[in-house]
Design a protein around this ligand. Structure first.
Ligand SMILES: NC(=O)c1ccc[n+]([C@@H]2O[C@H](COP(=O)([O-])OP(=O)(O)OC[C@H]3O[C@@H](n4cnc5c(N)ncnc54)[C@H](OP(=O)(O)O)[C@@H]3O)[C@@H](O)[C@H]2O)c1
Length: 257
């Protein structure tokens, strides 16, 4: 890479934690950060997919480690926060991509659905961000990166509690941006459109619905995890120091159509 691009984007001296880094968008982002030089820790529940992702990135010459943990409970979140700081030290970059999307018909949503969704999708980003950003601020560099959804902005195919949790994520981003402003720590959000990942495997069984969603974009196709690579490297790197509290739509124009 030429020296100019290195200053703007290179992550060689950085450490990153990517929750949900074993699948879909998180895996795409973990791959991008690791290939841009960051020593990257991948967090998820399923050991097999964590190990497979770690192996694939290690084979590609990246510095990468896995942590198997559950962000679905408060104790689990705290345990992950400590364990993920072990392989490479305290992170400079936190990407909150772990998420769940349970969408029963609205009248059937239970308090357990609310608790499960809000814990993984909103509480984990809050607790991990608070835990890591204190050190980031002391060191003068930090990047908090969230993944929200169209549903933070509009109701969309039965948003339910999921939409609530994603609205919370974007408000959390603004609170973090305010809290850490001036300390070298930024907080931003990537807003996907419809991305072909295991999260929405059930929807993908209906080709007509997939085509209809693609037609709602301006680019003319649904998203894939690698669409998030460049945006994530940009928000993780030194070049984005003056951008905070921003929601960047990576959605093929869906939100503007
Ligand atoms: N795909 C889309 O169209 C779309 C659109 C808008 C927003 N998003 C958001 O993008 C993010 C990534 O979604 P995706 O589509 O990439 O989903 P995905 O392929 O299902 O990946 C989700 C990741 O989160 C991990 N995870 C889930 N629950 C967890 C828990 N309790 N503790 C730790 N890790 C957990 C999963 O691993 P384990 O299951 O092994 O734990 C997996 O690595 C989510 O926040 C989602 O809401 C996706």
């Amino acid at each position: 890479m030429n020296a100019y691009l290195t200053d703007l984007f290179c992550l060689d001296a950085r450490t990153a934690v990517v929750t949900g880094g074993s699948s879909g968008i998180g895996r795409g982002i973990a791959t991008a950060l690791a290939r841009a030089g960051a020593a990257t820790v991948i967090v998820a529940r399923g050991a097999a997919r964590v190990e497979e992702t770690v192996r694939e990135l290690s084979d590609a010459g990246c510095r990468v480690a896995g942590v198997v943990g559950d962000l679905g409970t408060r104790d689990g979140i705290r345990a992950v926060a400590e364990a993920a700081a072990e392989p490479f030290g305290e992170p400079d970059i936190l990407v909150n991509s772990a998420g769940i999307n349970i969408r029963p018909p609205y009248p059937a949503i239970t308090e357990a659905d609310w608790d499960a969704t809000m814990t993984v999708n909103a509480l984990a980003p809050f607790l991990l961000g608070q835990r890591y950003a204190t050190g980031m601020a002391e060191r003068g560099y930090g990047r908090l990166i969230h993944i929200s959804s169209q549903q933070a902005h509009r109701a969309f195919v039965g948003s339910g509690v999921y939409g609530v949790s994603k609205g919370a994520v974007e408000s959390l981003m603004r609170s973090e941006a305010e809290a850490w402003g001036g300390s070298g720590v930024t907080s931003n959000t990537l807003v996907p459109g419809f991305v072909l990942t295991p999260l929405n495997a059930r929807l993908q069984e209906d080709p007509a619905q997939i085509e209809a969603l693609a037609a709602r974009t301006m680019i003319g196709r649904n998203g894939v995890p690698s669409d998030f690579a460049a945006a994530a490297v940009f928000l993780a790197g030194a070049g984005s120091a003056y951008i905070t509290g921003h929601s960047l739509f990576v959605d093929g124009g869906l939100s503007a159509h």
